[in-house]
Design a binder for this molecule. Sequence first.
Ligand code: HEC
Length: 131
Amino acid sequence: MKTSIKIVARLLVMAGLVMGTQAFAQDKTVADGVFTDAQVEAGKQVYDDSCSSCHNMRFYQDTLRSWNSQPLLYLWEAVLGTMPADNPGSLMLDEYTNVLAYILNENGFPTGETELDPDNGMSDISILPPK
Ligand code: HEC
Protein backbone atom coordinates (compact mmCIF):
# COMPACT_ATOMS: atom_id res chain seq x y z
CA MET A 1 0.00 0.00 0.00
CA LYS A 2 2.76 2.37 0.94
CA THR A 3 4.58 1.58 -2.27
CA SER A 4 1.57 2.19 -4.47
CA ILE A 5 1.01 5.61 -2.89
CA LYS A 6 4.62 6.41 -3.63
CA ILE A 7 4.22 5.32 -7.23
CA VAL A 8 1.07 7.39 -7.66
CA ALA A 9 2.85 10.41 -6.19
CA ARG A 10 5.76 9.88 -8.54
CA LEU A 11 3.43 9.62 -11.54
CA LEU A 12 1.68 12.83 -10.53
CA VAL A 13 5.02 14.61 -10.30
CA MET A 14 6.01 13.32 -13.73
CA ALA A 15 2.64 14.33 -15.22
CA GLY A 16 3.13 17.78 -13.72
CA LEU A 17 6.56 18.06 -15.30
CA VAL A 18 5.26 17.04 -18.70
CA MET A 19 2.36 19.46 -18.50
CA GLY A 20 4.64 22.18 -17.22
CA THR A 21 6.90 21.66 -20.19
CA GLN A 22 3.99 21.98 -22.57
CA ALA A 23 2.50 25.00 -20.86
CA PHE A 24 5.68 27.07 -20.90
CA ALA A 25 7.44 27.10 -24.22
CA GLN A 26 11.11 26.31 -23.84
CA ASP A 27 12.61 29.63 -24.68
CA LYS A 28 16.07 29.00 -23.25
CA THR A 29 18.91 26.70 -24.15
CA VAL A 30 22.15 25.65 -22.49
CA ALA A 31 23.89 28.21 -24.74
CA ASP A 32 22.23 31.14 -22.92
CA GLY A 33 24.58 31.39 -19.93
CA VAL A 34 22.38 29.39 -17.58
CA PHE A 35 25.06 28.58 -14.97
CA THR A 36 27.78 30.56 -13.19
CA ASP A 37 31.59 30.46 -13.07
CA ALA A 38 31.38 29.40 -9.42
CA GLN A 39 29.20 26.42 -10.29
CA VAL A 40 31.61 25.31 -13.01
CA GLU A 41 34.52 25.57 -10.59
CA ALA A 42 32.71 23.60 -7.87
CA GLY A 43 31.55 21.06 -10.46
CA LYS A 44 35.10 20.34 -11.64
CA GLN A 45 35.97 19.04 -8.19
CA VAL A 46 32.90 16.76 -8.16
CA TYR A 47 33.71 15.57 -11.66
CA ASP A 48 37.33 14.75 -10.83
CA ASP A 49 36.34 12.97 -7.62
CA SER A 50 33.20 11.11 -8.69
CA CYS A 51 32.67 11.05 -12.45
CA SER A 52 35.95 10.90 -14.34
CA SER A 53 36.84 7.33 -13.38
CA CYS A 54 34.16 5.70 -15.57
CA HIS A 55 33.63 8.01 -18.53
CA ASN A 56 35.68 10.67 -20.24
CA MET A 57 34.51 14.01 -21.68
CA ARG A 58 33.91 12.36 -25.07
CA PHE A 59 31.20 10.27 -23.43
CA TYR A 60 29.44 13.41 -22.14
CA GLN A 61 29.67 14.98 -25.56
CA ASP A 62 27.80 11.98 -26.99
CA THR A 63 25.31 12.14 -24.12
CA LEU A 64 24.49 15.79 -24.86
CA ARG A 65 24.09 14.91 -28.50
CA SER A 66 21.63 12.11 -27.73
CA TRP A 67 19.72 14.37 -25.31
CA ASN A 68 19.40 17.13 -27.93
CA SER A 69 16.43 19.46 -27.24
CA GLN A 70 15.34 17.61 -24.09
CA PRO A 71 14.81 19.70 -20.95
CA LEU A 72 18.02 19.99 -18.91
CA LEU A 73 16.04 19.03 -15.81
CA TYR A 74 15.46 15.54 -17.23
CA LEU A 75 19.18 14.93 -17.63
CA TRP A 76 19.76 16.24 -14.09
CA GLU A 77 17.15 13.78 -12.80
CA ALA A 78 18.62 10.91 -14.80
CA VAL A 79 22.09 11.59 -13.41
CA LEU A 80 20.73 12.07 -9.89
CA GLY A 81 18.90 8.73 -10.02
CA THR A 82 21.66 6.63 -11.56
CA MET A 83 25.09 8.19 -10.98
CA PRO A 84 27.77 7.58 -9.80
CA ALA A 85 26.89 4.08 -11.04
CA ASP A 86 28.68 2.51 -8.07
CA ASN A 87 26.69 4.63 -5.57
CA PRO A 88 23.65 6.37 -7.14
CA GLY A 89 22.26 9.40 -5.37
CA SER A 90 25.27 9.64 -3.07
CA LEU A 91 26.13 13.26 -3.88
CA MET A 92 24.47 16.45 -2.61
CA LEU A 93 21.83 17.94 -4.92
CA ASP A 94 24.09 20.97 -5.43
CA GLU A 95 26.91 18.70 -6.51
CA TYR A 96 24.74 17.15 -9.24
CA THR A 97 23.81 20.64 -10.43
CA ASN A 98 27.40 21.87 -10.36
CA VAL A 99 28.80 18.87 -12.16
CA LEU A 100 26.25 19.38 -14.93
CA ALA A 101 27.40 23.01 -15.20
CA TYR A 102 31.00 21.83 -15.46
CA ILE A 103 30.20 19.25 -18.13
CA LEU A 104 28.25 21.81 -20.17
CA ASN A 105 31.05 24.35 -19.87
CA GLU A 106 33.67 21.80 -20.94
CA ASN A 107 31.49 21.18 -23.99
CA GLY A 108 31.65 24.83 -25.01
CA PHE A 109 28.59 26.34 -23.35
CA PRO A 110 29.16 29.72 -21.68
CA THR A 111 28.73 30.79 -18.07
CA GLY A 112 26.37 33.62 -17.14
CA GLU A 113 24.95 35.60 -14.24
CA THR A 114 22.18 33.21 -13.20
CA GLU A 115 22.74 30.11 -11.11
CA LEU A 116 21.49 26.84 -12.50
CA ASP A 117 18.77 25.69 -10.09
CA PRO A 118 16.70 22.50 -10.46
CA ASP A 119 13.85 24.20 -8.55
CA ASN A 120 13.78 27.21 -10.80
CA GLY A 121 13.19 27.01 -14.53
CA MET A 122 15.49 24.14 -15.35
CA SER A 123 12.68 22.33 -17.18
CA ASP A 124 12.50 25.31 -19.55
CA ILE A 125 16.16 25.07 -20.58
CA SER A 126 16.71 22.74 -23.50
CA ILE A 127 19.86 20.79 -24.20
CA LEU A 128 21.81 21.45 -27.39
CA PRO A 129 24.43 19.19 -28.94
CA PRO A 130 28.01 20.45 -28.53
CA LYS A 131 29.65 21.87 -31.66
C1 HEC B 1 31.35 3.37 -11.43
C2 HEC B 1 31.31 3.91 -12.77
C3 HEC B 1 30.60 5.23 -12.99
C4 HEC B 1 30.76 6.42 -12.30
C5 HEC B 1 31.67 6.71 -11.13
C6 HEC B 1 29.87 7.39 -12.95
N1 HEC B 1 29.21 6.79 -13.98
FE1 HEC B 1 27.88 7.69 -15.25
N2 HEC B 1 27.53 5.92 -16.19
C7 HEC B 1 28.12 4.71 -15.87
C8 HEC B 1 27.51 3.66 -16.64
C9 HEC B 1 27.88 2.17 -16.58
C10 HEC B 1 26.52 4.29 -17.44
C11 HEC B 1 25.53 3.64 -18.40
C12 HEC B 1 26.18 2.95 -19.52
C13 HEC B 1 26.68 3.83 -20.57
O1 HEC B 1 25.86 4.53 -21.20
O2 HEC B 1 27.92 3.83 -20.83
C14 HEC B 1 26.58 5.71 -17.17
C15 HEC B 1 25.82 6.66 -17.80
C16 HEC B 1 25.89 8.03 -17.55
C17 HEC B 1 25.18 9.06 -18.29
C18 HEC B 1 24.27 8.83 -19.47
C19 HEC B 1 22.85 8.86 -18.95
C20 HEC B 1 21.85 8.75 -20.05
O3 HEC B 1 20.74 8.32 -19.73
O4 HEC B 1 22.14 9.11 -21.20
C21 HEC B 1 25.54 10.25 -17.74
C22 HEC B 1 25.07 11.65 -18.17
C23 HEC B 1 26.43 9.99 -16.64
N3 HEC B 1 26.64 8.63 -16.57
C24 HEC B 1 26.96 10.95 -15.82
C25 HEC B 1 27.76 10.69 -14.72
C26 HEC B 1 28.16 11.69 -13.76
C27 HEC B 1 27.79 13.16 -13.83
C28 HEC B 1 28.93 11.06 -12.84
C29 HEC B 1 29.52 11.67 -11.59
C30 HEC B 1 28.57 12.20 -10.63
C31 HEC B 1 29.01 9.66 -13.22
N4 HEC B 1 28.28 9.46 -14.36
C32 HEC B 1 29.75 8.70 -12.55
C33 HEC B 1 29.15 4.53 -14.95
C34 HEC B 1 29.61 5.47 -14.05
